[in-house]
Design a protein around this ligand. Structure first.
Ligand SMILES: [Zn+2]
Length: 381
């Protein structure tokens, strides 16, 4: 009898744990979106779309009017905490200097081609290989990230584009619902020069004109992304540029990257379009969610603790970091289940005690002894 009660208690606890821990397993599997905005579709002839014309992309590219478009505004009061979202793991991201990479001004952004040896090996349900990375920025007078968080636009945003290895290549994958995985991170101005971003920025003056390219030495590409790859948002979306294929499983990191003021200036003023205009404000505005859910790998709001900081960016826009929030949230959960367990154990002990006295009264010592022993043993185990 006591064993049964104990088992029920444990099952109950386990079930509660699962329910409290999170939800949304379905989207976890799809975790592979990306934004392959400007991957390689920009040939020498250069496509004819422009950011000035972004409201009309749908006329030439029907997907751009779809219902799973990117970027989006991430409303942290509506994100769904999903403990199934494991830390993103990268492999092969540290490249030797003797491995040269092509850096190109494609008229829409600066693109760094990446070798396929770079891969996402954890965090997504499937394996993805890198294709390229690129940036989105504003101007000297305004920010230019594509995603926004609680309405806040960051200075700039990096996108590292990957394709699902179950497809033959990027071109084939970019049209499949689970074809791409894009890792996105926000850039902001900080006090010091960022040496990883410098590996790209210091070459921009050589590719000022559209179509120009240069070979740059390899470096640790992972340095362009946040150190903390555990805290992120995930949702299914699209390329943020024509043809806007809805094939991207997006990961947007919670931690922002810092580059110096001089570096940010270099980013927003170095490149030009074919018409000699400065290449600036190359970001698309937030798209409607149309009911899509945005998952978070961490808790962005804390249960009944309203005075604690709400997970994302603060208004000063310095740091997106909310490592403390995640930590606190985890703790609250732990304490909650601790209390729950203690209450269950107490109830159980009371039950045993009651039975024991009953049995004693009924004079059936064997049974009561078994119950009691089993309970004591299992309880302390
Ligand atoms: Zn992009």
């Amino acid at each position: 009898m006591s064993r049964a009660v104990l088992r029920v208690s444990l099952l109950l606890l386990a079930a509660l744990g699962r329910a409290g821990a999170g939800s949304e397993q379905d989207q976890d599997q799809e975790h592979g979106d990306e934004d392959s905005p400007h991957p390689r579709q920009k040939g020498p002839g250069h496509s004819h779309w422009s950011y000035e014309d972004k409201d009309h992309w749908g006329m030439d590219y029907a997907n751009c009017d779809g219902t799973a478009q990117s970027p989006i505004n991430i409303d942290t009061s509506k994100t769904i905490f999903s403990p199934q979202l494991r830390p993103i793991q990268l492999s092969g991201y540290s490249l030797p200097a003797n491995e040269k990479l092509r850096l190109r001004n494609n008229g829409h952004t600066v693109v760094l081609d990446l070798p396929e040896s770079l891969a996402i090996t954890g965090g997504y349900a499937q394996q993805y290989r890198a294709v390229q990375l690129h940036l989105h920025w504003g101007s000297l007078s305004g920010p230019g990230s594509e995603h926004t968080v609680n309405g806040h636009r960051f200075a700039a945003e990096i996108h590292v584009v990957h394709y699902n290895t179950k497809y033959a290549n990027f071109q084939e994958a970019m049209q499949q619902p689970d074809g791409l995985a894009v890792l996105g991170a926000f850039l902001e101005v900080g006090p010091t020069e960022n040496p990883y971003y410098q590996e790209i920025l210091e070459h921009l003056y050589k590719i000022q004109r559209e179509g120009e390219e240069v070979l740059v030495p390899g470096f640790n590409i992972a340095g362009l992304l946040p150190a903390n790859l555990k805290l992120y948002f995930h949702y299914n979306g699209s390329l943020t540029t024509p043809p806007c294929y809805q094939s991207v499983k997006w990961t947007v990191f919670n931690q922002t990257m810092m580059i110096s003021h001089a570096q940010m200036s270099m980013l927003v003023t170095s490149l030009r379009h074919d018409d000699s205009e400065p290449l600036q404000n190359n970001y698309r505005l937030a798209q409607d969610l149309y009911g899509r859910r945005v998952l978070a790998s961490f808790q962005t709001t804390l249960p009944s603790t309203k005075h604690l900081p709400s997970a994302l960016p603060n208004s000063h826009g310095d740091n997106l970091q909310c490592n403390a929030c995640a930590w606190l949230a985890g703790d609250v959960l732990a304490v909650l289940f601790g209390v729950l367990f203690a209450a269950t154990a107490l109830a159980f002990l009371l039950y045993i005690y009651k039975h024991r006295s009953q049995n004693a009264r009924l004079d059936s010592p064997t049974k009561s002894k078994v119950i009691y022993t089993a309970a004591a043993t299992e309880n302390t185990a």
